[in-house]
Design a protein around this ligand. Structure first.
Ligand code: C5P
Length: 277
């Protein structure tokens, strides 16, 4: 029984670094939402586990044993095989959870193929963002990604996501952080907000990794300035970078901005969409 899944792009609307554990992992407090686009994975019966990769960002990925998709499938398998096809639409190593979203989609896709329950208590071992990608809904993430609470107060948010082609290493960004104990998120709203109120609330928050990532890839500052210049009401980096998003008052405004940015920066990857459940 063949099945298909979209591994939606993960956006950290904000990401506060609030501490560090003894093992070096950082404690986070982050608002996360998912885009209405992502990588596409299909799962078909096969004797062995096999992965085929295609798509605009497919060449940047290994299809060997270290690939997170194969690691996720192997971890779940009790001997079953699967033919997995990945259409890699999203830039890699770019702060939008690509590898983790693909791993989460693999767990769900293989579990369906192999008629296994959706219980993946090892998900966090595959990657810090795998548990949130399994949920693929707007949420607050705390701890190292293990404490997850759904968030109902955010409306669908029109956005533009931009990647300038600069890959960033997550451990390197964390190692360059100057302050590891920053203020957590403020009070959570308890009723659904308008787009304007949501943007104002998110604007009070931060991405504490943005400065460290910009020290490594100065072009992040240009991407943020370009988003601001295109009419974004808020522009911020996602995750450990280097992808940045802008939020707009309407889908039309986001689509217009994406067209304008693509025209000015033909080498950047630019995509308009909607964030939300
Ligand atoms: O778990 P994942 O592979 O996404 O994390 C990559 C690296 O980022 C970790 O090995 C660690 O160095 C750093 N990291 C961290 N604190 C987190 C998440 C990731 O220090 N909460």
């Amino acid at each position: 029984m063949h099945n298909k899944r979209i591994a939606r792009a993960k956006i950290n609307l904000s990401l506060h670094v609030v501490g560090q554990r003894e093992d070096g992992y950082h404690l986070l407090d982050s608002i996360v939402a998912f885009a209405d686009f992502g990588d596409e994975l299909t799962f078909a019966p096969a004797e062995k586990l096999d992965l085929r990769i295609s798509g605009p960002f497919g060449s940047g990925l290994s299809d060997g044993k270290d690939n997170l998709i194969l690691r996720a499938a192997q971890r779940l398998s009790t001997g079953q095989g699967a033919q997995i096809d990945l259409l890699k639409n999203l830039p890699v190593a770019s702060g939008i959870g690509g590898g983790s979203a693909d791993a989460a989609a693999t767990l769900l896709g293989c579990a369906e193929l192999w008629r296994m329950p959706n219980s993946f208590d090892f998900a966090l071992d595959l990657g810090a963002d795998v548990p949130i990608c399994l949920r693929s809904q707007t949420l607050r993430m705390q701890g190292i990604g293990d404490v997850i609470s759904p968030l109902w107060c955010l409306p669908a948010l029109p956005m533009v996501l931009v990647n300038s082609g600069d890959a960033v290493s997550t451990p390197e960004v964390f190692s360059r952080l100057r302050s590891k104990e920053n203020a957590p998120l403020g009070k959570m709203p308890n009723a659904e907000m308008t787009i304007g109120a949501a943007v104002a609330w998110i604007a009070q928050q931060r991405n504490d990794l943005e400065q460290a990532a910009t020290d490594i890839v100065p072009r992040i500052a240009d991407v943020l300035a370009t988003l601001h210049g295109s009419g974004a009401e808020l522009a911020r980096m996602s995750g450990s970078g280097a992808s940045c998003f802008g939020l707009y008052p309407s889908i039309d405004a986001a689509e217009m901005a994406a067209m304008e940015i693509s025209k000015r920066q033909p080498n950047w990857w630019v995509r308009a969409g909607v964030l939300g459940d």
